[in-house]
Design a protein around this ligand. Structure first.
Ligand code: SF4
Ligand code: SF4
Length: 451
């Protein structure tokens, strides 16, 4: 029982609970988390019932806001079975304080969902994130099962369960060499074929050490690789490049801003708009500091962040110390402050720092042009994207300030595009765009989706 509330503790935080640890029924080749099984040799990888109760009690006690999110992830959390989740919801309801709202969330690969799951998730108003990398040929490239087989059909069946039971769902799409150069195929597949209204894009950046000869090791399965930690200043060949990431976001944005504002929510665009507006961005990666998004292993071990489930970032075990004391510890506070305090001068002087904030510390392993360490691997992509969207963001912020919907940008873009087509003669697809942007016509005023 919590008898003393640390004065420096956050009023709210985000906890990712991992009831099966890193265990998963798939074997996606880029997954950094599968190797975390090595942290718990001999474990059954199943959160015990008394620990589940302790976790939920502490999580609810630790919040000083009227809304608490209970979020499960893995590995693959559905492997633990539906009875575990029924019990978790029953426990949460029993500890819920009067006037408190509980929000349940589950991140899954979708392959094990059936109608029993669908009924349960709908009845308890779960928000379900489902991992899909794009249309079949893209999705099946890296997202394979334990036997190396494709998974697309199983995921689509799982998504169908969610749709039939009217469960709230969103797509989590990782970006890598199999889809980085196909932004519109990916985005339009989610929007038009799946009917997705909420989409998150997550860049795959797998850090590795290079040999003296500059070669890196490419693992096809986590079983061959050592425990993944945030070390190494090279990346695997399947990782996305900064430029690809920037171009991908720009292309999707150009399509979205012409027809989907207020209809489809792309997390990165919402986060950018919040930062442009001066509101909290809602995503740690583009916030000034972090440290309030933690991960809880099946043993009760609490880690600083889902991306830092490794020994140096273990804060303690919630069986021994209340989670809010661990979260309020100086070690975790410093982890969160470091996001800002370790920014290189290049970032501090950057004109889009208000939108970027240097990105996630896990990706800061390259040097600035003048040789200072600690620059984000994605910097070139971030700069490209944030500069590309600046005018549109300013337009939407003005609309918000006038208490008008940001979606008003769509007719404005249509008018603008029509005007541009009248002013600039149509050029060959691969010729420079006559507007002077420096881009090819097909990627600028001749791009698909422009009026
Ligand atoms: S390390 Fe990165 S992912 Fe983790 S809390 Fe900080 S910004 Fe977020
Ligand atoms: S765009 Fe690059 S330089 Fe600017 S804040 Fe982001 S990482 Fe730093």
């Amino acid at each position: 029982m919590l008898t003393f509330y640390p004065s420096n503790a956050p009023r709210a935080f985000h906890l990712l609970m991992k009831p099966t640890g890193a265990v998963c029924n798939l074997d996606c080749s880029y997954c950094f988390f599968l190797s975390k099984e090595m942290l718990y040799p001999g474990s059954r990888f199943r959160m015990a019932d008394d620990l589940l109760e302790l976790t939920i009690r502490q999580l609810i006690e630790a919040h000083r806001v009227p809304e608490v999110q209970l979020a499960w992830q893995g590995g693959e959390p559905t492997l633990i079975g539906l009875p575990f989740f029924r019990r978790a919801v029953a426990l949460a309801e029993s500890y819920r304080r009067p006037g408190m709202t509980l929000r349940y969330a589950l991140q899954t690969n979708g392959t094990l969902l059936d109608d029993d799951w669908g009924e349960f998730l709908a009845a308890n108003r779960f928000l379900v994130g489902i991992s899909i990398d794009g249309p079949r040929d893209i999705h099946d490239h890296f997202r394979r099962d334990k036997g190396g087989g494709p998974t697309f059909d199983k995921v689509m069946r799982g998504l169908d369960v969610l749709k039939r039971h009217r469960v709230d769902w969103n797509v989590l799409c990782t970006l890598h060499q199999a889809n980085a150069d196909r932004p519109l195929d990916v985005y339009r597949f989610f929007r038009d074929e799946l009917g997705a209204q909420h989409i998150q894009f997550i860049p795959v950046i797998e850090r590795v050490q290079a040999t003296e000869a500059g070669q890196t090791t490419e693992w096809s399965s986590w079983r061959d690789r050592p425990l993944y930690t945030q070390t190494g200043d090279h990346v695997t060949q399947r990782s996305i490049t900064a430029e690809q990431f920037g171009r991908f976001l720009c292309s999707v944005f150009d399509d979205w801003v012409r027809r989907d504002v207020g209809r489809v929510y792309v997390q990165m665009f919402d986060v950018a708009l919040a930062n442009w507006f001066g509101a909290p961005p809602g995503l740690c990666i583009h916030a000034k500091t972090c440290g309030a998004a933690l991960a809880l292993e099946h043993t009760g071990d609490l880690y600083a962040c889902d991306h830092f489930v490794e020994p140096a970032y273990r804060l303690g075990n919630i069986r021994e110390q209340h989670m809010i004391e661990l979260i309020a510890s100086e070690k975790q506070a410093q982890f969160g402050r470091d996001k800002f305090e370790t920014l290189p001068t290049y970032c501090r002087d950057c004109d889009v720092r208000f939108a970027c904030h240097g990105g996630c510390p896990k990706d800061r392993f390259i040097c600035t042009p003048d040789g200072q360490p600690g620059l984000n691997y994605l910097c070139a992509g971030y700069k490209l994207f944030f500069h590309h969207i600046a005018d549109a963001m300013e337009f939407m912020v003005d609309e918000l300030k006038m208490q008008r919907p940001p979606a008003n940008i769509m007719p404005f873009m249509a008018e603008n595009d029509a005007l541009a087509r009248r002013v600039y003669p149509v050029a060959g697809r691969n010729e420079p765009c006559p507007c002077g942007s420096g881009r090819k016509y097909k990627q600028c005023h001749g791009a698909p989706g422009r009026a």
